[in-house]
Design a protein around this ligand. Sequence first.
Ligand SMILES: [Zn+2]
Ligand SMILES: [Zn+2]
Length: 133
Amino acid sequence: MEFVDRLLTCADCGGEFIFTAGEQLFFFDKQFKNDPKRCKPCKSKRAGASLRPGAGPAAAGLSRTETRTHCSECGIETTVPFKPTQGRPVLCRQCFQSKRAPAVAAATAELVAADRAPVSSELIAAAAQAPQA
Ligand SMILES: [Zn+2]
Ligand SMILES: [Zn+2]
């Protein structure tokens, strides 16, 4: 089966866009019955709108695996972006920070204070999953 580029009209903005031979092959492969309805900008706009505001793919991935647990140091409830392994200590951000070298703590302090802490979350995960010395 031969495919040639086709010109389609976007249902959202009414602009014309090219349904390329490659894309048609992809649709054919996936057995999609309908032609694409929207141009790429409109499609990505809709995909972006369905995400929570300010939540990038990384943030969405983190919140999916967020686990509620208690800090094994001070006992307060905290959430960690990974499944705690049994027998491994889980630290809240504060305790985790106090155990890190001051340089690292200083570098991540601002992020932690803002409670976004993507850097320190990764560090927590790395520390928790690293074999104990
Ligand atoms: Zn469009
Ligand atoms: Zn703690």
